[in-house]
Design a protein around this ligand. Structure first.
Ligand SMILES: C[S@@+](CC[C@H](N)C(=O)[O-])C[C@H]1O[C@@H](n2cnc3c(N)ncnc32)[C@H](O)[C@@H]1O
Length: 235
C-alpha cells in the first residue's frame, strides 16, 4: 500500500529506491555467489577466464592511453561491484586514477575502508539517475544487462562526455527471439541462463542503435559468452 502510494506520488524517487534495494538484495542474498570471509561477490563473471581476457585487453588500452597523457588518466568504472576486476586493471597501470561507482552503499563503504591504493576512489551513485563523474575512459562491465531498456538508454545518453567508452555484456550463446527484449531493472538478466537461450543487449539494434566495435570476447561456459565493445556515444 505504502509502495503504491510512493510509486504514484514520487515515481523517480521510488524507481531509484527500487533499483538500490534490488542490488542490495542481490548482494545480501549472495545471489551471484559467495565471496570469501563474507566479502562482496559480483559473480563468477568477475573472476576466471572472462575476467582475465577483459583485464588483458582493457589494461593494454588504458596503459597505452596513459602513456600519451601528461597527467594520470581518469578511468571511471560504472557499477564497479566487488572491485576484483578494477583492482587488477589498476595494478597493471602506473599513471592512472580510478573512480569506481556503485549503487550499493555498503559495498562502496567497504571499498573505502579496505582499499589502500590511493589512486582508487569510490562513489555511491545510481548511474541511471545521477550525474556521472568526469573522466577520460569509462568502463561499464556487466551492468547494463541488469537494467530495463529505458534505464539503459538513460545511462547511454550520459556517456558522450568520455573520450572512450567500453561496454561489456554477457550474452547467451543460443540467440532466440527479437533483439533487446525488455526486463525490469534488477539482478536478473534477459535470457534464460539455465539453457543459454534468449537475447542479451544488442547495443547496435533499436532502441539503442549505437556504433560499436568489438575489442574482446571470451566464453564464460557452454551457455554464455562475455563481449566488450568500444562504443561511440558522442552526442
Ligand atoms: C554483475 S555486477 C558487475 C560488477 C563489475 N562491473 C564486474 O564486472 O565485476 C553489476 C554491478 O552493477 C551495480 N549496479 C546495478 N545497477 C546500478 C546503477 N543503477 N548504478 C550503479 N551501479 C549499479 C550492481 O550493484 C553491481 O555491483
Amino acid at each position: 500500500m505504502l509502495s503504491l502510494f510512493a510509486g504514484r506520488t514520487f515515481p523517480a524517487w521510488f524507481d531509484a529506491w527500487h533499483r538500490r534495494r534490488a542490488f542490495q538484495g542481490a548482494y545480501g542474498r549472495r545471489q551471484w555467489g559467495e565471496g570469501k570471509d563474507g566479502e562482496f561477490f559480483s559473480g563468477a563473471g568477475s573472476r576466471g577466464a572472462c575476467a582475465n581476457t577483459y583485464v588483458e585487453c582493457i589494461s593494454r588500452i588504458v596503459e597505452s592511453r596513459s602513456k600519451e597523457s601528461d597527467r594520470p588518466l581518469a578511468v571511471v568504472d560504472l557499477g564497479c561491484g566487488d572491485f576484483s576486476v578494477g583492482r587488477r586493471l589498476i595494478e597493471r597501470t602506473a599513471n592512472v586514477r580510478y573512480i569506481g561507482c556503485d549503487i550499493v552503499p555498503e559495498l562502496v563503504q567497504a571499498h573505502r575502508a579496505n582499499v589502500s591504493d590511493t589512486r582508487a576512489s569510490f562513489q555511491e551513485l545510481d548511474i541511471v539517475a545521477g550525474d556521472l563523474p568526469d573522466g577520460d575512459i569509462v568502463l561499464v562491465r556487466e551492468v547494463l544487462q541488469h537494467l530495463c531498456n529505458a534505464d539503459v538508454s538513460r545511462v547511454l545518453e550520459k556517456l558522450g562526455k568520455y573520450k572512450e567508452v567500453y561496454i561489456t555484456e554477457a550474452r547467451p550463446l543460443f540467440l532466440e527471439g527479437p533483439s533487446n527484449p525488455d526486463k525490469p531493472s534488477g539482478p536478473g538478466v534477459r535470457w534464460d541462463w539455465r539453457t543459454g537461450r534468449g537475447r542479451g543487449i544488442d547495443l547496435d539494434k533499436p532502441p539503442f542503435e549505437l556504433k560499436i566495435e568489438e575489442v574482446c570476447r571470451s566464453r564464460h561456459n557452454d551457455l554464455e559468452e562475455v563481449v566488450t565493445f568500444r562504443v561511440s556515444c558522442a552526442s
